[in-house]
Write a new protein. Structure first.
Length: 163
């Protein structure tokens, strides 16, 4: 009886804890703050990234509540709407980690090229003019283990690779 009560309380706390972790969205992050952004990239809101290069290198930020304190303990997952599958993206680099502030709710991430992300030759993607992905984070929490962080508003975590 006592074990069942403790187990039920533990499950209740997990449900409450999961509701405390979420992503607000993704947005463009200017690497060189001295350079003016163009009109397409002027917004620093976490409302998605509709213009990402197939060649990769677009610097974004991922904003959320409950990110792992160590930036590199946050794994980026990308769901492809074209292929209807989830792909684990490349891990954060040292540069990404240096520009991240997870305690303030933001991590920096340089998106990989489409061929590196999907693990296929670039020629395979010649038939696509754009590809859409939804980002989520798996944060490694020392107490709870892996925490799945989804976006409150799906369109805010949308990244569109374009040629």
């Amino acid at each position: 009886m006592i074990v069942a009560t403790l187990l039920a309380a533990s499950c209740l706390n997990m449900v409450q804890a999961e509701g405390e972790f979420f992503l607000e969205g993704v947005g463009y992050r200017e690497q060189e703050l001295q350079i003016a952004k163009g009109t397409k990239f002027a917004s620093e809101d976490a409302t998605g990234c509709p213009y990402v290069s197939f060649g990769g290198g677009t610097n974004i930020f991922i904003k959320g509540v409950g990110l792992a304190d160590n930036p590199q303990s946050n794994s980026v997952m990308m769901y492809s709407t074209e292929f209807e599958m989830e792909i684990p993206s490349l891990p954060l680099t040292e540069d990404d980690a240096f520009g991240s502030f997870p305690l303030l709710g933001s991590i920096s991430y340089r998106l990989p090229s489409i061929d590196k992300l999907m693990g296929m030759p670039m020629a395979y993607f010649d038939k696509y003019q754009k590809m859409t992905f939804e980002i989520r984070i798996i944060a490694e929490d020392p107490d709870l283990g892996p925490v799945n962080m989804l976006c409150e508003k799906e369109s805010n975590c949308r990244v569109v690779y374009q040629k």
